[in-house]
Design a protein around this ligand. Structure first.
Ligand code: UD1
Ligand code: CA
Length: 445
């Protein structure tokens, strides 16, 4: 059945207590609204997003993320000052008419339900009659609209702010997912009134209008782990926990070993291939790709590709790194660097560099890539041995087969076969210890 989808994202989101629009708050690295759009696009070619507060910012974000599907997405500006509320969001122009959509059946989604999936939406749609409402039960239903069910039919939804104590005690709540026929909305939207505690046009009052006009509305029980709403930062973290569990479960089913998985953070764009092992406390951000690699405890990897390598413990791989066949040890920080067949075992900063196979980076080596104005590159060939505690002042080129003595501050390029060393010659002064600390007795020694 072809269906048009309307996603409501015009609310102020004041319970979020944030200057960032609610639907742009992220879970696992992606804005909440973008999850809804992604899943909606899997089942419909006609997606409508209703915006008002911060509409420009939200529109730009969605246009950027979903740029290949913009022909299926229409943005609408709610006439919020005249028709506030979730019902008002469906109205177009000045006369409470329904938004123009392509298909006769309309799926309506609150924009703050980031956990929906194609499968959960399809499950809801197959269960539907001409009007349907998603509901679930909660032991603590605070904040949600309570659903009154009589003879297996929904008779009314009462919002928290309009509810008496007896109604508040009801545990069945409105999930925020609905199906309507277009002709129903055309007839009944203009009949919505704003006579309630919030002086808003409630979408939920359409259910009341349906029952009063002898149209049955079956309650469709849906999974709260897919349809929970996010109004506050507390709920945001709860939704993220559900998403994290999904991402970790998917990875493990795909063959990734995870130790203490509940301590591992990963984002929606992260991917794994081959045999991977991830230790406790690891954080994987952005579009990171892990291929046949072992990431040891408490390492952080951002927007990078790691192949056939060991990383960590406690390594920090910042964006745009490409690491293959390498060993990166503890307290090594990398940024925008390409390492292939390299060992960097301890305490280094390697930024904006390329290092070739067989090279060894000693403890404490630093690429000085920033001169206070601009970033510069360090290019290092194959089989280069960089002694501990050396500083490589960029821009710098080091050819293959070069030996760099410990403590060298390199400011000039090195050619193949060079031994590079720059340090003050050591001097040992006899009895200097005693002369310094006990000068009175020094001559007795
Ligand atoms: C809404 C429902 C409530 C349900 C809950 C589920 C109404 C009146 N109440 O309450 O019954 O239990 O969702 O999570 O619908 N929005 C607009 N324009 C507006 C106001 C809101 O587009 O003028 C959008 C918001 O951006 C949001 C969605 O509609 O994505 C829901 O609005 P919200 O204020 O979060 O409604 P709830 O109070 O959670
Ligand atoms: Ca909500």
């Amino acid at each position: 059945m072809p269906v048009s989808i309307i996603i409501l994202a015009a609310g102020a989101g004041s319970r979020m207590r944030s200057s960032l629009p609610k639907v742009l708050h992220k879970i696992c690295g992606q804005a909440m609204l973008s999850y809804s759009v992604t899943e909606a696009l899997k089942i419909s070619d006609d997606i409508h997003i209703v915006l008002f507060f911060h509409h420009q910012k939200i529109r730009e974000y969605i246009q950027n993320i979903h740029q290949n599907d913009l022909n299926k997405i229409t943005f609408h500006l709610q006439n919020h000052s005249k028709y506030p509320g979730t019902g008002g969001a469906l109205m177009q122009g000045d006369d409470q008419k329904c938004l123009p959509v392509k298909h006769d059946n309309i799926l309506i989604l609150n924009g703050d339900m980031p956990l929906i999936t194609k499968e959960s939406l399809e499950g809801f749609l197959t269960a539907r009659s001409s009007i349907a409402l998603g509901v679930f039960e909660l032991t603590n239903p605070h904040g949600y609209g309570r659903v009154i069910i009589k003879d297996d039919k929904v008779s009314q939804i009462i919002e928290e702010k309009d509810a008496s104590p007896a109604i508040k005690a009801l545990k069945t709540i409105n999930a925020g997912v609905y199906v309507f026929e277009k002709k129903f909305l055309q007839t009944y939207l203009p009949k919505l009134k704003d006579t309630n505690a919030q002086k808003e046009y409630y979408l939920t009052d359409l259910i009341d209008l349906a029952t009063k006009n002898h149209i049955d509305v079956p309650p469709i029980f849906v999974n709260p782990k897919h349809f929970m709403g996010v109004n506050s930062k507390l709920e945001l973290s709860k939704a993220q926990d559900v998403m994290l569990e999904r991402l970790r479960d998917q990875a493990m089913e795909q063959g990734v070993i995870m130790h203490a998985p509940q301590t591992i953070y990963l984002e929606t764009g992260v991917s794994f291939a081959g045999e991977c092992e991830i230790e406790p406390g690891v954080c994987l951000y952005g579009q990171t790709k892990i291929i046949n690699s072992h990431i040891k405890a408490h390492s952080v990897i951002e927007d990078s590709t790691i192949e056939d390598s060991h990383i960590g413990p406690m390594a920090h791989i910042r964006p745009k790194c490409n690491i293959s066949q390498s060993h990166i040890g503890n307290f090594v920080e990398l940024k925008a660097s390409k390492l292939s067949g390299v060992k960097a075992g301890h305490l280094s900063y390697l930024g904006d560099c390329e290092i070739g196979a067989g090279s060894n980076v000693g403890a404490g080596v630093i690429t000085c890539n920033y001169d206070g104005k601009a970033k510069h590159k360090t290019i290092i060939g194959k089989n280069v041995f960089i002694g501990s505690d050396s500083q490589l002042v960029a821009p710098l080129k080091i050819a293959s087969n070069v030996l760099i003595g410990s403590g060298t501050t390199m400011t000039k390029d090195a050619k193949e076969g060079d031994l590079v060393i720059s340090r003050v010659r050591q001097e040992n002064k006899s009895w200097g210890f005693y002369k310094f600390f006990t000068p009175d007795q020094a001559d007795k020694k």
